[in-house]
Design a protein around this ligand. Sequence first.
Ligand SMILES: NC(=O)c1ccc[n+]([C@@H]2O[C@H](COP(=O)([O-])OP(=O)(O)OC[C@H]3O[C@@H](n4cnc5c(N)ncnc54)[C@H](O)[C@@H]3O)[C@@H](O)[C@H]2O)c1
Ligand SMILES: [Zn+2]
Length: 383
Amino acid sequence: MLLEDTIQVQAGGWARGYPIRVGNGIRRSLPSLISGHVKAHRYAVMADEQVAALYGREISEGLNRGGKKASLFTFPPGEGSKTREEWARLTDAMLEAGFGRDCAVVAVGGGVTGDLAGFVAATFMRGVPFVQVPTSLVAMIDSSVGGKAGVDVPSGKNLVGAFHPPRLVVVDPEVAVTLPRSERAQGLAEAVKHGAILDPVYLADLETNIPCVMNGEVGATGRVVVRSIEIKAGVVSKDERESGLRKILNFGHTLGHAVETAADYALPHGTCVALGMVLEARGGEKLGITRKGTSETLARMVGLLELPTEVPLGLDPQRVLKLTHSDERGRKGRPRYVLLAQLGKVAPSDDWGQDVPDEIVMEILQESSGRFSGRSDSSVARA
Ligand SMILES: NC(=O)c1ccc[n+]([C@@H]2O[C@H](COP(=O)([O-])OP(=O)(O)OC[C@H]3O[C@@H](n4cnc5c(N)ncnc54)[C@H](O)[C@@H]3O)[C@@H](O)[C@H]2O)c1
Ligand SMILES: [Zn+2]
């Protein structure tokens, strides 16, 4: 094993802490690793059909060979499975298979699987132990750190869920080799955010490493995954319930979410956050809060991710602005923005969020969509 690291997520007042074990090939040691953290009679391994074929079946069989009684539960890949209906189907299937309160749930997959299986674990028999084996970069870097689980409902994404921290997270960067290039970019967008809010050295390293990770190099992927997990784990360890510090993780997300909603979710989350970071940095520069040139560096990095750096054609700036006001993160109707002081440092404010006047936001959106329409190579559908 070339890379071996353990990052500890500290307990909040109400929840226990847990280790995140990172290592090339470490998924094969899951049976013995689990023994140290979970005592269960049966294991419900959950994976979408795509990941089940690649790793889920192998992991479930490995557990059985290691003397742990495991069964594999699958569902179709994609956000469309993160629903109450799928949660009901999975919990019913577990009951039918005779699972009781002495079981544990093991999620093998991307963020959809982690959120869905985590919500199953949080609710089955009022909560059973949960283990995560994230396989997408989004899941390794972001969704498997922090304990949030849940499903989408007709009113919006992630609106029904629970905090249910895992007992153990096992990250094997090797599995990212089968991940499509465009999915790698989705996870790396959040990695750029981690560098931008807290670590200028990491951000500079990322500029060199992004092309390697995009090309699926295992070594570079492992280094990026470890540093990003350290940063996110450090933040959530200090603030498990998202009251104060954790808000800095929302950099790029106020405008990112508005763009995501305005595009009716035709653009993936990481794409929207990448664009959101560039736009919010431009806003900070206009206000004299963010050091000049910051947005340009971020745009260069977003370009390396092969993602758009301007508001795509067909998105109405007025609608995007309006949607910033309906974001759940807003306070009493006023959207809050995490602004950078400079690369690697968030500008201080009372609760890590700032007000940005609507006129400034509108100006940034209009200037950006103007720049985009100057290009002829893309639109919302192709971005
Ligand atoms: N809980 C949190 O804190 C949190 C944070 C960020 C995102 N999320 C959630 O995560 C979800 C997005 O996660 P995602 O991007 O991983 O989506 P995903 O789980 O749908 O995975 C993306 C695609 O990649 C495939 N895949 C995953 N790993 C693979 C591998 N190693 N090789 C080949 N294919 C692989 C999957 O089958 C799927 O088709 C969203 O629902 C989002 O709300 C949650
Ligand atoms: Zn995000």
